[in-house]
Write a protein that binds this ligand. Structure first.
Ligand SMILES: Nc1ncnc2c1ncn2[C@@H]1O[C@H](COP(=O)(O)OP(=O)(O)OP(=O)(O)O)[C@@H](O)[C@H]1O
Ligand SMILES: N[C@@H](CCO)C(=O)O
Length: 358
């Protein structure tokens, strides 16, 4: 066989949806694509890179951020190598070409790191012919991105609720090892031949909720990056009982509210309120709370609810109509603060990650 090729398509995600911090995720119809070619014809067998891999990148996101094309640094290929090395495979097959097409703006709260982690785990599974189940792929993803809401939505698709298992102490120790040991950086640099730690089985789980067909998602994407790590650093370590109960009351309503057809705007608006992460993240996102409070289903027909998407700065408005009007009102609030935005009308991506062999 001279060459083989396959592609992986991964939907982006919006995590939290108000009160569901680190729990709820939505897969949305904007897709990272990874096209892989392995050319094993004799003429192309000379080694070009110690890891046998060349990366090319098409930035289709409308924003300027770039990713590393070095397979020892790029998140997708580092993750794939982690999975391969857990299975005694040290490099990619000779002449592997990974072409990444990315229309999702990086670091904006649309789960790009989650899509890259899922892409890497699935890439490792395909290249190594490992035959891992989706549940096992999730374990590998969770060794790298420790909050399950983005990766589970991107892997399984749909509107999901996720949780981490209450693991035995020895398994907790295995998932709490520093990320640098799971993903040595650079990936090839400290290849001592040592086996990286395998994930415990069943670290995390995901359940799909029904989704009312009328509901669409408007993503208003400001032109600045909020790295997720920074947005997690501003959160408190402890919460008052009142704030925890406030979120529990709303998160219990959220799956029912977003699954009921026709949707009840007042119930959805209430079910999307949060006191656990949004109030603290306004220090990173100018005007966040004012924007979130700037419209309700009563003042804006068609609106169902509004929240920060993931760790931000993207705002997610769920709506049934008047999409452009809603997007423009939110965009103009950011414009008053000198911040430009692009916006996209997206739908729920029911199917998760798909692999196609050519
Ligand atoms: N396609 C990709 N290939 C390689 N690396 C990527 C890719 N997509 C994202 N990354 C890495 O992930 C980083 C962004 O991750 P971060 O968690 O900060 O934001 P996000 O995932 O877009 O937002 P959120 O987690 O709030 O939804 C990028 O800066 C880049 O390092
Ligand atoms: N639940 C995570 C999602 C990050 O996309 C957070 O809000 O930090």
């Amino acid at each position: 066989m001279a060459s083989s090729s396959f592609s992986i398509r991964i939907p982006c995600s919006s995590a939290n949806i108000g009160p569901g911090f680190d729990v709820i995720g939505l897969a949305l119809t904007l897709y990272l694509e990874v096209h892989v070619t392995i050319d094993s014809s004799p003429s192309s067998l000379e080694k070009k890179h110690p890891l046998n891999c060349v990366i090319t990148y098409e930035n289709l996101s409308g924003s300027k951020e770039q990713i590393s094309l070095d397979p020892e640094v790029n998140l997708i290929t580092r993750v794939a190598l982690y999975v391969l090395r857990c299975h005694d495979q040290r490099a990619f097959p000779a002449n592997t070409h990974v072409h990444i097409k990315n229309p999702i703006p990086l670091g904006r709260g649309l789960g790009t790191s989650g899509t890259a982690v899922v892409a890497g785990v699935v890439l490792g599974n395909e290249i190594g012919k490992l035959g891992l189940t989706k549940a096992r792929l999730l374990d590998y993803c969770l060794m790298i991105e420790r909050h399950p809401d983005n990766v589970a939505a991107s892997l399984f698709g749909g509107f999901v609720g996720t949780y981490l298992s209450d693991l035995k102490p020895e398994d907790m120790a295995r998932i709490e090892i520093p990320l640098s040991e799971v993903l040595p950086e650079p990936a090839g640099g400290i290849d001592t031949g040592k086996q990286p730690p395998n994930p415990p089985v069943g670290i995390g789980h995901c359940t799909k909720f029904p989704w009312a067909k009328e509901i669409k998602a408007i993503a208003i994407i400001p032109d600045f990056v909020v790295p997720t790590a920074n947005a997690r650093d501003v959160l408190p370590k402890q919460y008052t009982r009142a704030d925890v109960v406030f979120n529990l009351q709303r998160v219990a309503l959220l799956p029912i509210a977003l699954g009921a057809s026709p949707p009840d705007p007042d119930m959805i608006y209430l079910a999307m309120q949060d006191r656990v992460h949004q109030p603290y993240r306004q220090t990173l996102i100018p005007g966040l709370l004012e924007i979130l409070q700037s419209m309700t289903p009563t003042t804006q027909p068609g609106l169902l609810g509004i929240c920060l998407s993931g760790a931000g700065p993207t705002i997610l408005a769920l709506a049934t109509e008047n999409f452009e009007e809603i997007a423009e009102k939110i965009t103009s609030r950011f414009a008053e603060r000198g911040i430009e935005c692009q916006w996209k009308l997206l739908e729920l991506a029911q199917e998760g990650t798909i692999v196609e062999h050519h």
